[in-house]
Design a protein around this ligand. Sequence first.
Ligand SMILES: [Fe+2]
Length: 360
Amino acid sequence: MSYKNFPMVPRVIFGRGSFNQLNDILEPKRLNSKAPFIFLVDDVFKNNAWLTSRIPLAYDDRIIYISAAEEPKTSQVDELVEDIILTTKERPSGIIGIGGGTLLDLAKAVSIMLTNEGEAKDYQGWDLVKNEAVYHVGIPTISGTGAEVSRTTVLTGPEKKLGINSDYTPFDQVVLDSELTQDVPKEQWFYTGMDCYIHCIESLEGSYLNAFSQSYGEKAFDLCKEIFLDNNLSEVESQEKLMMASWHGGMSIAYSQVGVAHAMSYGLAYLLGTKHGIGNCIVFDHLEEFYPEGVKLFKEMKAKHNIKLPQGICADLTDADFDIMIKVSLGMAPLWENALGKNWKNIMTPEKLKSLYQKM
Ligand SMILES: [Fe+2]
């Protein structure tokens, strides 16, 4: 047995208003005294001076606004990298992602592709990255995905939706300022928060579980219950706790895996472009058979916050469409093995998977 030796985020700043210290954090990292920092920022903040006026810009530093309406793509990473190479005279000092999972994953991928040849799709998989990435910083503005701590950056490519999993993927620095999450719309807050909750259930109920994953998973699970069920937290407490739940949920799956909901929602995302948080919710709602307790609590949370999930998203799909989703989903072997054990192929046959998708 050989154990995996994982890197972790080496530096993190936590606290309300810590975003104001960004200049102090970045300036010592500036290369050749003037190489630029590139800020990838969710375009919902485009005219939001409260946030953007505090992004410290000097020399040729740039903000690139990016829509998170669609899941990040390998082609999008390649375009961003080309644009950055063409418009900056030297290798950037750093890439800073400000936003949710999409922006954080784009920042990670762009920082990797600035120092590695070829296209982003060539690196989808495990440990394919050869060179250390450019210094990269993650600043979440919504909590739940765990992208701020994870060792992957999940991208949709021409053939698959799969992460660039590598030792060079994790951020060099994360800024956890819960104030940045204060304007997240309720639905988005719920879907993304449930991504974290589902990470906990899939990790804690999985066959890969170990004390490392369990300790983080249980903490994140308790925080999720406090936030989404108990309802006796102030707004600020709730935002801070969800930020830490996301962190712990991400740490929990680092040393285990996710499960059925993620494997199935990857299929939905690939075929229909369903975004990760809502896709996980749509799937998880129908998974009583695999996660009875977890789904029961999920339904309570959904009712409590008056969330109506889309229905019938697979109603008009053809057999060929189902085949594509099934292929993508069953391709996630480690997720299925974690969820259902070594004999998962006997349990989750293509027919069984199709019958599950047909409920959605
Ligand atoms: Fe997730």
